[in-house]
Design a binder for this molecule. Structure first.
Ligand SMILES: [Zn+2]
Length: 347
């Protein structure tokens, strides 16, 4: 490895790629934070479930007077989604016996209530497809709201920001964890935005990542391949050293000044800032109508990374938005969002 890398500040070609057909977007649902606050007035209980890339969580939310409290939280940590289905089956039984509305946040690509793609959860998908056709509605037979985690996190964040007295205009939600994903709340439309699978320009790829995107036949190196923890940082570390290390350890090495970890996280934060600028520009966050961008996921548990990202964003001309980290809103904004959406869709 070379000792010194010079990082560019502003790479307009990368931001411009977010204006092209490479950026896939899907309108998912309507969401109005003010109406959601109304839906949380009447007392009730819902079961919320957060299906993540390396852990699954369930909790009961007691709702009422516009707020919620969480209890009976349980979780399972696993690799590849092993054990997820048994965990879900016991929650489904509980929901049925207590007649609870259910909200699910799923870190997978969704087609309605069916999983259409996952990189991180192959074991879960195989079992789930075999027994339930990969459709959450075949497992949870009562009132159910399912969205992917970017949408659940977005709606949860918008609601929490509003409860803190914020004026909610446009909100973007960016997840950088095992993978990279995003969503936008624009004119009360919740839109899933695939910011990850856009080509990465060479000047933002200092270690020469060559592993292609691989999603739906894309054969270029995409932004996720340097940005995300598992698909980017861990993968590049392994390629460079032959040593398989997890994101938590690599993050600590970065905090302690390890040279390679520093290049990896600095590359990630810089590419992520450009992807965010591309997203903000694509959805017309402007000086006259600034938005809020909420960052969520394991990368943002690293203090140095939050500082690097903030500094990178401040140097880009396109980002007219307030930057928030979800950890400052809630311990789990996707789980909160799943509960809110269950109440919102089935008041
Ligand atoms: Zn990709």
């Amino acid at each position: 490895m070379r000792d010194h890398y010079s990082f560019p500040v502003h790479v307009p070609e990368q931001i411009a790629l977010y204006q092209t057909d490479h950026l896939l977007t899907h309108d998912v649902c309507q969401f109005d934070p003010a109406r959601a606050a109304d839906a949380l007035q009447a007392p009730s209980e819902v079961l919320a479930i957060d299906i993540g890339g390396d852990k699954i969580r369930g909790a009961i939310y007691a709702i009422g007077a516009g707020h919620f409290t969480k209890r009976d939280e349980r979780f399972l940590q696993s690799r590849g989604g092993a054990g997820y289905l048994a965990f879900l089956e016991s929650l489904a039984e509980e929901a049925k016996s207590r007649n609870l509305r259910v909200g699910i946040s799923s870190a997978t690509k969704m087609d309605g209530s069916t999983i259409s793609r996952t990189v991180n959860l192959p074991h879960f998908l195989e079992e789930f497809r075999c027994r339930y056709g990969a459709d959450y509605r075949n497992l949870f037979t009562g009132q159910l709201s399912v969205t992917n985690d970017t949408i659940a996190g977005l709606c949860g964040s918008a609601m929490l920001l509003m409860n803190r007295g914020g004026v909610i205009q446009d909100v973007a939600f960016v997840i950088c964890a095992s993978g990279l994903g995003a969503s936008v709340l624009k004119d009360r439309n919740a839109i899933h935005v695939e910011i990850a699978h856009v080509p990465l320009v060479e000047s933002l790829n200092p270690l020469g990542q060559t592993r292609p995107c691989g999603v739906e036949g894309r054969d270029f190196v995409c932004v996720e391949r340097v940005t995300a923890a598992r698909a980017g940082i861990e993968d590049l570390y392994f390629t460079q050293t032959g040593d398989a290390r997890g994101g938590t350890l690599l993050g600590r090495m970065y905090e302690e000044g390890d040279a390679l970890a520093t290049v990896l996280y600095k590359s990630s934060a810089l590419a992520l800032a450009h992807a965010t600028a591309g997203l903000a520009e694509r959805f017309a966050f402007s000086e006259s109508s600034p938005g809020v961008i909420v960052f969520h996921g394991g990368n943002f548990e690293i203090g140095k990374y939050r500082i690097d990202l903030g500094a990178n964003l401040a140097r880009l001309p396109h980002v007219h938005a307030q930057v928030v980290f979800s950890r400052d809103l809630s311990p789990n904004v996707c789980l909160d969002g799943a509960a809110i959406l269950a109440a919102y869709h089935h008041p």
